[in-house]
Design a protein around this ligand. Structure first.
Ligand code: FAD
Length: 426
C-alpha cells in the first residue's frame, strides 16, 4: 500500500484558496498530505478593504498579507497557472527566472482562481478604463487620481480642467459604490492642497445598469445609500451601462457621453483564461460543482470554490460570489479533502449568509445582519468592526486600526508612489 503523503494542489491565493490551505494544515499532518499553493502574487488581498487604499485610509501593504505567514506549512509557488490537465492530473506553471515551465502532479486539486474583469465587446475599454480588483489596480488608480489633480491644477483651459475633474465608475454593486465613495472622500479632502482647485467643483458619476445601486441589498438600504451618495455630491445614473470609451470620454448604452479622464469599471466579470479553456461541466462559464464542492465528473479528486465556481447550497440557494461565502466554502472543501485523504465524514455546503455590509465612505454605511437593517454611522462602525475582526493575524489588525486612527487625526497621504527608477541615474 502506498503510504506517501497525498499531493494536494491549491490553485489561487484569494479567500477560497488561502482559507482552504489554512484549514487543511489543521486537518492533515505532514505525513498524510503535502500542500502546495500556486498564486500569481506572494500575498493575499483583503478585497473588502481595497477601496480604502484609494483614499489612503489604509496603507498600501496593510490591506494584503503574505501568504507564507498565513499558511506556514504550505509550499507556496509564486507563478502563473498556465494549464490544468484534469485527465492526467497535471498542472502546468509558467517559467520564472529560468525559462522552463513546471509540471506539477496532484492527487487532489483545489481550483480557486477567482474571476477577472471582462471588457470584451466594449470598444476602447481595455485601453481607457481601469479595473478595480487587485492591489496593483488600487495603486494604479490612486496614482492616477493624484496625477489628474496635479494636471488639473496647472490646466488653464476650463473645459479641459472640468474633464480632468470628472470621475466615472461603471457598476453600482458593492465594489462600485465603495470605490466611488472612497474616491469622492479623497477628492474632497485633498483638493484644498491644490491652489487652483480649492473652489473648483469635481464631478463623480456612478453608472448602474439596474434601477438602483446595491442590488445585493434590500431596497430600503439601497435607497438610503443613494441618498447619502447624492448628498455627498455623487451623481447616479440608473438603467444605463457603459458601452465604450475613448481617452476623453465614457460612452453609455443610451448614447450619453461623459467627458472624463478617469473611468473605472467594476463590471462585468469573466473567468480566468485557464478556466475558460478547461473542458469540464460549467454553468455560465463557472465550474459546476456538487454540494460537497466537488467538480462534476471529477468527484473525490477536484474541488472548485470561490468566485470561479457555480455553487448551490443543500437548500438549493445559489451562492453569491462574496468573501464570506468563499471562507465557508473553504472549510467545506478542506473537510472533504481531508476525508478523501484519511477517511472520515464528508460535509455539504449549507451556509446561507449572515448578511451584507457596504461602506458609503467616511462615517456612513449600510448593513443587514441576520435580518436586521442598520444604516448610517452605526452601520459604519459595524462595517469597520466586522471587517477588522475578519482580517487574519494580530499584526495586520493593529496596522489597520492604527491607520484608521491616524486618518482621524491627519489628512490623507497625497504623495504619489512613482515607481520609475530612471531618475537619479546618469
Ligand atoms: C473591490 C472589491 C470589494 C469587495 N467587497 C466585498 C465585501 O465587502 N464583502 C464580501 O463578502 N465580498 C467582497 N468582495 C468579493 C470578494 O472579495 C470575492 O468574492 C472573493 O475575493 C472571492 O475569493 P476567491 O478566492 O474566489 O477569488 P480571489 O480573491 O479573486 O482570488 C483568486 C486568486 O487567484 C489568483 N489567480 C488567478 N488566476 C491565476 C493564475 N492563472 N495563476 C496564478 N494565480 C492566479 C489571483 O491572483 C488571486 O490571488 C469584493 C470584491 C472586490 C473586487
Amino acid at each position: 500500500m502506498n503510504t506517501d503523503p497525498k499531493r494536494v494542489l491549491v490553485l489561487g491565493g484569494g479567500f477560497a484558496g488561502v482559507y482552504t490551505a489554512r484549514y487543511l494544515e489543521k486537518l492533515l499532518w505532514a505525513e498524510q498530505a503535502s500542500i502546495t499553493l500556486i498564486n500569481r502574487e506572494n500575498y493575499w488581498v483583503y478585497q473588502p478593504m481595497l477601496p480604502e487604499v484609494i483614499s489612503g485610509s489604509i496603507g498600501l501593504t496593510n490591506v494584503v498579507s503574505p501568504i507564507r505567514r498565513l499558511c506556514s506549512r504550505t509550499n507556496l509557488i509564486m507563478r502563473e497557472v498556465e494549464n490544468i490537465d484534469l485527465k492526467t492530473q497535471v498542472v502546468t506553471i509558467s517559467p520564472g527566472f529560468r525559462p522552463r515551465q513546471l509540471l506539477l502532479e496532484y492527487d487532489h486539486l483545489v481550483i480557486a482562481l477567482g474571476n477577472i474583469t471582462n471588457f470584451h465587446g466594449m470598444p476602447g475599454m481595455i485601453e481607457n478604463a481601469m479595473p478595480f480588483r487587485t492591489l496593483a489596480d488600487a495603486m494604479a488608480l490612486r496614482n492616477h487620481l493624484i496625477q489628474v489633480l496635479e494636471e488639473a491644477d496647472v490646466e488653464e483651459n476650463p473645459e479641459l480642467r472640468r474633464q480632468l475633474l470628472t470621475f466615472v465608475v461603471g457598476g453600482g454593486g458593492f465594489s462600485g459604490v465603495e470605490v466611488m465613495a472612497e474616491l469622492n472622500d479623497f477628492l474632497h479632502l485633498v483638493k484644498r492642497n491644490y491652489l487652483h482647485l480649492r473652489n473648483e467643483p469635481h464631478r463623480c458619476v456612478i453608472v448602474q445598469a439596474g434601477d438602483r445601486v446595491l442590488p445585493e441589498m434590500p431596497e430600503a438600504l439601497a435607497i438610503f445609500a443613494q441618498r447619502i451618495l447624492r448628498k455627498r455630491g455623487v451623481e447616479i445614473i440608473l438603467n444605463d451601462r457603459l458601452k465604450a470609451a475613448t481617452s476623453e470620454k465614457a460612452i453609455l448604452q443610451s448614447g450619453t457621453e461623459i467627458l472624463c479622464r478617469t473611468l473605472i469599471s467594476t463590471v462585468p466579470s469573466a473567468l480566468p483564461q485557464v478556466i475558460q479553456k478547461l473542458d469540464c461541466p460549467k454553468e455560465r462559464g463557472k465550474l459546476l460543482v456538487n454540494t460537497s464542492l466537488e467538480l462534476k465528473d471529477y468527484e473525490g479528486t477536484v474541488w472548485a470554490l470561490g468566485d470561479c465556481a457555480s455553487i448551490k447550497t443543500v437548500a438549493g440557494t445559489k451562492v453569491p460570489p462574496t468573501a464570506q461565502h468563499a471562507i465557508r466554502e473553504a472549510t467545506t472543501a478542506a473537510i472533504n479533502i481531508a476525508a478523501a485523504v484519511r477517511g472520515g465524514e464528508r460535509v455539504e455546503f449549507g451556509f446561507e449568509g449572515l448578511g451584507t455590509l457596504g461602506s458609503l465612505g467616511h462615517g456612513a454605511a449600510v448593513a443587514q445582519i441576520c435580518g436586521v437593517k442598520v444604516s448610517g454611522l452605526l452601520a459604519w462602525f459595524l462595517w469597520r468592526s466586522v471587517y477588522l475582526m475578519k482580517m487574519p493575524g494580530l499584526n495586520r489588525k493593529v496596522r489597520i486600526a492604527t491607520d484608521w486612527l491616524l486618518r482621524l487625526l491627519f489628512p490623507p497621504e497625497l504623495a504619489q508612489t512613482k515607481v520609475c527608477t530612471r531618475y537619479g541615474v546618469s
